[in-house]
Design a protein around this ligand. Sequence first.
Ligand SMILES: [Zn+2]
Length: 342
Amino acid sequence: MKSKFLLKKLLLNILLKFGILDVLHYKNRHKVCILMLHGVMAPNEKSCWEPLRQQLCPEELKRTLTILSQHYQFISIEQCVDILDGKSPPINNAILITFDDGYRNNIDYALPICESFSIKPVLFVATNHVNSGLPFWFDRLDYALQQNMGEVLSLSYQDSMYHFDARTREDLTISYKKFRDDCKQRFNDDIKLNNLFNGLSEILEARSGLKLSDISDKDDWSAIVSWAILKEAVSKGRIDIASHTEDHLRLDCLNEDDISSQLKQSKICIENELAVKCHYFCYPNGNYNGLAIKLVKEASYRAAFSTDVGLCESKDDLMMLKRFNFPANKTTSELLYLLNTK
Ligand SMILES: [Zn+2]
């Protein structure tokens, strides 16, 4: 396994050395690369817990952006959509940085780094979470599980049993990921799925007497950004804000009225709170279908971003824009290869 990995690294370095990756990169120069990030944080002296899901640390963001800045030109979301819409000529090797979900750490830790590269990123926010300040259900259950470590937890909720191996952090990381993946497969109604996450969290919170919402305001991992912080950053032209629904629900797991309401109300909320136009949308969990696309258009969004992987070009459907997961921990050759071969 290790020798296969080293061989791949060596091959990529040869491709880089002989300029083959540069040729590939040049060939794609009129396409647009869009990167997706979530929370950006590293454990610090203030943190009293750490999420099980891998987080991007600020140092790694800076290192990767340094490499990208040598090969790409950073653009805003408006420039991106104008290019893809044929309204503006292409910019060579354009790249857009997007943050999903609306974590406060995007402003506190990631934005100063972005600004040092003159990047104006877009934040896709779930407006009801910004309104309430309540953490996401996946962070809530993560925290609640970690307050009950040391045993295999068997929880009864609505006539079903759920088991989490919380003997060690490693066990729980695997167990919680499997639970989340299974839930995404099993549920086609996201309101029921949210209820399950919140129901299990309540049981665990009652056991430990500890809940994330009590600390999330001072918790840099899970805190949701406020309208006041967003308003200040928007007014200074540091970021753009766009919709990620009201409640971070997968659109293909909702009925037509609920999809429409999530799309329209989140747009109205952003426009009222920030006094800006909200033209862009990002599908929670990357899920969409024909009905969702139709309703995104009807709600007057100009473009919608998915988690389908690849470069975008001007003939693409603006309602299904592709993105790459932020390519952390990569060498220059790995990065250029990854972002030019999809
Ligand atoms: Zn999301």
